[in-house]
Design a protein around this ligand. Structure first.
Ligand SMILES: Cc1cc2nc3c(=O)[nH]c(=O)nc-3n(C[C@H](O)[C@H](O)[C@H](O)COP(=O)(O)OP(=O)(O)OC[C@H]3O[C@@H](n4cnc5c(N)ncnc54)[C@H](O)[C@@H]3O)c2cc1C
Length: 590
């Protein structure tokens, strides 16, 4: 079985020593009531609930899966009770506005509880997550009347939410969706169409499900400029919040899929369902992006959460498993063989995964800090923070899910053949985490967003301020223990800066250069950002001698610099190879 213990000490290190969270919250008037002791209690409670209630349902949920029977979807045993406990405990509303029953905690807190939840059970995590995302989009674009009626019920877990974008012929390209919205005399809309792959489209966890649906009015302009957003409840909601008749929306089936089997992925049929416009006509994509950006950060966290469990399980296995002898002399003569940990290659896989995971946690917190500033600060500070979030969101989504998958596969490899059979839980981790690279915009699309909209389009304006900040951090790295990290970090920044310029220049004369460079560029960006995170963590660890914790941090920072970061150079050279190497093949060749 996979094992998981919430890495609370590492989380506190990032929160208190790297990001000095209390000072940060004090510096933002809207956050200065966030109390560090309360946050600690939240982390401890989250750890308890997830380790004791939600994690044990991960394996059984995978075995049983979500079931479809004549339009009714049932979740695996235990999910309903756990969801109720999760909602009643206030976990769905942890980051929500107190006006709607939330606890008003900043992202710098909920990013950590999200990680714990994704480590515990990714299938389960998606049910509350979709509701939180839908509520977030509504809170910014729906009327007060709608929000006051719906949001408290979503945050309490009485109702759930979904995001209905994808259609059989329209995935990445939402401009070609066919779902129709016809205006009715009472101001509502009649929604007709089929959506596929809808996470939590139908289930038995909540008494109502609130669908946010993209659709087109009959006279809408073609393409993405003609998309509007509608709220379609499974059951009609009366003015006093009680439930009325069933709306004309239901699940046609659920998908049978590689992983996250306990998450119901539904085909949803809207057959003249009553819907309500959210935001403005033809501006639905912008409103939906609030939800999608939230979910994208979460999909990066999904990668980290899985990789953390993978690391912990593989490290425990490697300690116990006896195979072969150390190449430098027997280490455990009293035993028939030495532990796997004597072999450098086993250590390579474990240390790489751990170095990625710790950098990923720090990078999520870094992004969360800018999310908090964009939401709670004002003026230029908030605007600059929003730009930073825009730049980093595709990197968090794609790099963390790519590295999360890699971590799970490496951990599986540590188990040898035992990683391939079900008993040890490694194959489930690999199957479950794979989707994070695909949904919420496939990672290639994230890379295109980074390269095209966030880098080339604004002539690297966002990248320049990020690079300047990284150079300042590199200049502060002056301890002997951080010398190799400093060298690698500075080289990475130089490489990122030069490649950014090169792609901007090349793309001026050849439109294919952006997409040709995108994925490898995102990885260069990701590695450089992880080097930055290790620089921040090393800075926080230098000179502290309480126990081996800080010395271990510095050792892993150094390991990252010399044995992980060099992989970036291959990606950089692939960016340099340009588009011609790809596009010179004729279509017939494929
Ligand atoms: C388990 C699961 C849960 C999901 N949950 C939801 C949900 O809750 N709500 C929802 O609406 N959808 C959901 N989806 C759908 C998911 O978001 C899409 O599958 C995903 O965005 C990709 O769309 P697609 O599958 O149509 O692939 P396509 O759009 O056909 O893309 C195929 C490949 O082509 C690449 N590609 C496409 N266009 C371009 C381009 N212009 N430039 C470069 N490369 C391109 C993509 O990167 C991808 O690799 C879910 C999917 C799954 C499998």
């Amino acid at each position: 079985m996979a094992v998981y213990k919430t890495p609370l000490r590492d989380m506190r290190f990032v929160l208190d020593e790297v990001f000095k969270a209390t000072e940060f919250w004090q510096s933002v008037p809207a956050l200065n009531e966030v109390d560090r002791d309360t946050v600690d209690a939240i982390l401890e409670e989250s750890a308890k609930l997830n380790e004791n209630v939600i994690f044990p349902l991960n394996r059984s949920g995978d075995e049983e899966g979500a079931q479809f029977n004549n339009g009714v979807v049932t979740t695996p045993a235990g999910f309903k009770e756990a969801f109720r406990q999760f909602g009643e405990g206030g976990w769905i509303g942890l980051g929500a506005d107190p006006r709607w029953g939330g606890a008003g905690m900043p992202k710098t807190v909920t990013a950590l509880t999200d990680e714990i939840l994704f480590s515990a059970n990714p299938s389960f995590a998606l049910y509350p997550l979709l509701g939180i995302g839908a509520a977030l989009s509504m809170s910014q674009h729906a009327t007060d009347e709608i929000n006051d009626l719906y949001l408290p019920k979503i945050y309490s877990g009485e109702w759930a939410g979904t995001m209905c974008l994808t259609e059989p012929h329209a995935g990445t390209d939402l401009g070609i969706i066919k779902t129709k919205a016809v205006p009715e005399a009472d101001g509502s809309y009649s929604i007709t169409g089929t959506k596929i792959f809808i996470t939590g489209g139908e289930h038995d966890l909540a008494e109502n499900i609130i669908h946010l649906v993209l659709a087109k009015l009959p006279d809408a302009p073609a393409g993405s400029k003609g998309i509007s957003l509608f709220l379609v409840p499974k059951f009609h909601v009366k003015a006093d919040g009680s439930l009325g008749e069933r709306n004309q929306v239901g699940a046609g089936n659920i998908e049978h899929k590689m992983g996250i089997k306990a998450s119901a992925t539904c085909v949803m049929n809207f057959d003249g369902a009553k819907g309500y416009l959210i935001g403005r006509i033809n501006e639905g994509l912008a409103a939906m992006f609030v939800m999608m950006n939230y979910e994208r950060l979460s999909m990066g966290i999904q990668g980290l959460g899985a990789s953390e469990v993978a690391y912990q399980s593989a490290a425990a296995y490697a300690r116990d498993r006896l195979q072969g002898r150390s190449a430098t002399g027997v280490k455990s003569p009293e035993k028939p063989a030495d532990s796997l940990l004597v072999h450098p290659d086993i250590r390579r896989m474990l240390l790489k995964t751990r170095a990625h995971n710790e950098a990923a946690r720090c990078f999520v917190m870094y992004t969360a800090k800018y999310l908090d500033l964009s939401k709670y600060a004002e003026g230029e500070v908030a605007a600059a923070a929003a730009d930073r979030v825009a730049l980093l969101t595709p990197v968090v989504k794609a790099f963390l899910s790519d590295k999360g998958f890699e971590g799970c596969v490496d951990a599986q490899q540590v188990f040898g053949g035992h990683g391939f059979i079900r008993e040890w839980g490694m194959e489930q981790l690999v199957r479950d985490v794979r989707i994070a690279q695909i949904y919420e915009g496939a990672n290639g699309i994230q890379a295109n967003d980074l390269m095209g909209r966030k880098v080339v389009k604004n002539k690297a304006a966002f990248v320049k301020t990020y690079v300047a900040e990284m150079r300042e951090a590199a200049a502060r790295l002056n301890a002997p223990e951080t010398a190799r990290l400093k060298t690698g970090f500075v080289a990475a920044i130089d490489r990122l800066e030069a490649l950014t310029q090169r792609v901007i220049e090349l793309s001026a004369s050849n439109g294919d250069e952006i997409n040709a460079a995108a994925v490898d560029y995102l990885h260069v960006f990701g590695f450089t950002s992880y080097a930055y995170m290790w620089a921040l963590m090393a800075e926080a660890a230098v000179g502290k001698k309480d126990d081996s914790f800080y010395a271990d941090k510095l050792a892993l920072a150094d390991y990252f610099a010399v044995r992980v970061l060099p992989e970036m150079e291959g990606r950089a050279r692939m960016v340099e190879a340009g588009a011609t190497s790809l596009m010179s093949f004729s279509e017939a060749y494929f």
